[in-house]
Design a protein. Structure first.
Length: 401
């Protein structure tokens, strides 16, 4: 039976490798050129380098480099790609929405199932053809109702073999630096642990790990529908929706696939677990819980994006969201929880050194058990991170106090 086993609910009892100095820093804010609305999760990369990050929920980014940053590239779904020269260290960036225009050489119709199968067949040609060692930043947060009770962050390495082998068995993750901040309120008696942490860059890489959705058993269980195309990074993409069409012994996904029309490369994948059968959804989400606690799944969603590179595309950004309610037997009130995890590939090492087994972070591990509880004002000084949004920054300050 398919199983992801991500959440562990327990009763809470209160109680590196060489890194170049990233001395050159550029800050900025990315907004819609027409509406002025902040654009979250826009990809920001240094032109000609591997340094990268994404904007936070406020559209804000900070990007660091070991050499002066002369030009940045901004991309986001539905917007024109923008190359921006860097003048000063504080940028105000505006992205222009990209409207669909019919291109004579583009393919705008076809059987969506056949398009997906062709894209899957092209994976060995479109993605990394050699091992890579990725530097990533990872963050996970827990909200109880509207209040943050837990924030954990890590800088990590991810070793990934070539996509031509399409196996994740040799792929590993190692933590280089981490911290965790936990609520100390006595009434926060239930602790929610997220297993796997930054190993999500391996486990949920749906292009490489067909166990997630694209395996031969699951694929025929879905119906596919072709939608209007969109631009990503100035390139026209098929938009294909998938939904469960058959009954399976485990929960399936609803989703949207964005496939480059020219080379049939998956650029973006969005998946949301079918919650119609709460029992099936729970079996995929929950590892364990205390006796007497009732778990009510509400949402389990994933978004992953891929970035073309010299030796083939690689995973660029991953985000997961899980929402659920918990209550105890003989009690009427339910408590709402939300767990959000995101990671971004911030750099690619010059040499793809394999991570030793004894350094590897295991899929069954929880970052909250591994991270050191401490605060340092220069904690991430030498690393690229995803800037915390204003609300998250306020939450972190409260938790530290």
């Amino acid at each position: 039976m398919k199983r992801f086993a991500l959440l562990s609910l327990i009763l809470w009892a209160a109680s590196s490798f060489a890194q170049p100095r990233l001395e050159h820093v550029v800050r900025g804010e990315v907004r819609d050129a027409h509406t002025g609305k902040a654009i979250a999760a826009a990809n920001v990369t240094v032109l000609g380098r591997n340094y990268a990050t994404v904007t936070n929920d406020d559209g804000v980014f900070v990007l660091k480099s070991d050499s002066p940053i002369k030009e940045l590239v901004f991309t986001h779904l539905g917007y024109r790609a923008l190359r921006q020269e860097v003048e000063g260290d504080d940028l105000a960036v505006q992205l222009v929405p990209e409207s669909y225009r019919l291109a004579g050489a583009s393919i705008t119709s076809g059987n969506p199932y056949d398009i997906v199968r062709a894209a899957l067949k092209n994976i060995p040609e479109n993605y990394a053809d050699r091992p890579e060692l990725l530097n990533i930043f990872y963050r996970e947060t827990l909200q109880k109702r509207q209040r943050y009770t837990y924030v954990s962050e890590a800088v990590a390495r991810v070793y990934k073999t070539a996509y031509t082998g399409a196996s994740i068995i040799p792929d590993r993750t190692a933590i280089d630096k981490s911290r965790v901040i936990v609520s100390q309120r006595k009434k926060d008696t239930l602790s929610v642990k997220m297993t796997g942490g930054p190993t999500m860059a391996v486990t949920f890489d749906a292009v490489k790990n067909d166990y997630v959705v694209f395996n031969k058993t699951d694929l025929p269980l879905y119906a596919f529908e072709l939608d209007n195309p969109v631009y990503i990074g100035g390139r026209l993409h098929f938009v294909i929706h998938l939904r469960p069409a058959e009954v399976a012994p485990y929960a399936l996904f609803y989703g949207t696939l964005y496939i480059d029309q020219e080379n049939l490369l998956f650029s973006r994948i969005e998946l949301s677990l079918d919650m119609a059968d709460a029992g099936k959804a729970t079996s995929l989400m929950l590892v364990k819980k205390p006796a007497g606690l009732r778990f009510h799944p509400k949402e389990m969603a994933f978004t992953m994006t891929y970035r073309p590179a010299e030796h083939g595309a690689r995973l660029e950004y991953f985000r997961s969201t899980m929402r659920f309610n918990c209550d105890w037997k003989k009690r009427l009130m339910k408590t709402q929880y939300a767990v959000v995890n995101e990671l971004v590939v911030t750099d690619v090492a010059a040499e793809a050194a394999r991570i030793p087994r004894n350094e590897a972070f295991r899929v069954a591990d929880a970052l909250s058990d591994k991270a050191d509880e401490f605060y340092d004002p220069d904690f991430w000084k030498e690393y690229n991170i995803i800037e915390p949004s204003e609300s998250l920054e306020n939450a972190i300050n409260k938790l530290k106090k």
